[in-house]
Design a protein around this ligand. Structure first.
Ligand code: 4HQ
Length: 236
């Protein structure tokens, strides 16, 4: 799978991809991430990427031309992408379903903004969709882009060694994870639940499902609602 990231802070993306499971996926060549410095697509002496907002007001707005030139270059060098994603709080909420959808594409471009906003014509002319990583404000699209690359890459075969762990993950089932324990069997008076030491695999499975559903209904009843709507029951 191929990603291209357009940013004024290329080193943030490179640093985020240097470690971990996704970093290894990049090293192995299963995931290919091209990082593009937006300033290389400017034409003026000062490499200007932003300007004052029409109509006035605080802050700066990112200019449209460097993004258009970046996409022209990516198309020429790496082919026409399947999706061009603008990261912003105005976007559709990025969730596991969106990650699954993007993991089915071959080539995704991620556009990172800074400052107060991006000229609306970037949405109209360059982006094919807009995604948000959550209802909060971060200082730039770089951390959101890294989150999208991480969540999507884990679903690409070969990136995570143990495919079973990906399928067992919180959310791949649409509910929260069950509790996990490892040795020691007792710590500061707190015991590991007996069933996990019993060796009864069917009972362990049943306990984990029960605990996962208990936690989900306590902490995220919205996820239970969603499963009922999608499957007609709350179990499978
Ligand atoms: N941004 N999900 C970039 C976000 C954000 C989000 C705020 C995007 C600042 C310049 N991006 N602008 N939430 O908070 O994707």
């Amino acid at each position: 799978m191929k990603f291209d990231v357009v940013t004024i802070f290329p080193r943030m993306i490179e640093a985020g991809l240097a470690e971990g499971v996704v970093g290894r996926g990049v090293e192995k060549g299963i995931v290919d991430v091209g990082v593009h410095d937006l300033r290389t697509f400017t034409t003026d002496r000062h490499r200007t990427v932003d300007d004052v907002p029409y109509g006035g007001g605080p802050g700066m707005v990112m200019k449209v031309e460097p993004f258009v030139r970046a996409l022209e270059t990516i198309r020429a060098e790496r082919g026409t992408p399947d999706a061009v994603v603008l990261l912003s709080p105005q976007g559709r909420l990025f969730d596991q379903g969106e990650a699954r959808r993007l993991s089915g594409l071959g080539h995704v471009v991620l556009l990172c903004g800074r400052y107060e906003g991006i000229d609306e014509r970037v949405r109209d002319l360059v982006a094919t969709e807009e995604l948000s990583i959550g209802d909060f404000v971060v200082s730039g699209g770089e951390t959101p882009a890294l989150i999208v690359i991480d969540a999507v890459s884990r679903l690409v075969p070969g990136v995570v060694g143990d495919q079973e762990s990906v399928e067992q993950d919180s959310f791949s089932q649409g509910i929260l994870d069950h509790p996990h324990y490892t040795r020691p069997a007792e710590f500061e008076g707190r015991k590991v639940p007996d069933v996990l030491l019993s060796g009864h695999h069917a009972e362990v499975r049943r306990w984990r499902m029960q605990e996962a559903l208990r936690r989900t209904s306590e902490r995220r009843p919205d996820l239970i609602e969603r499963r009922v709507k999608e499957t007609g029951n709350e179990r499978d």
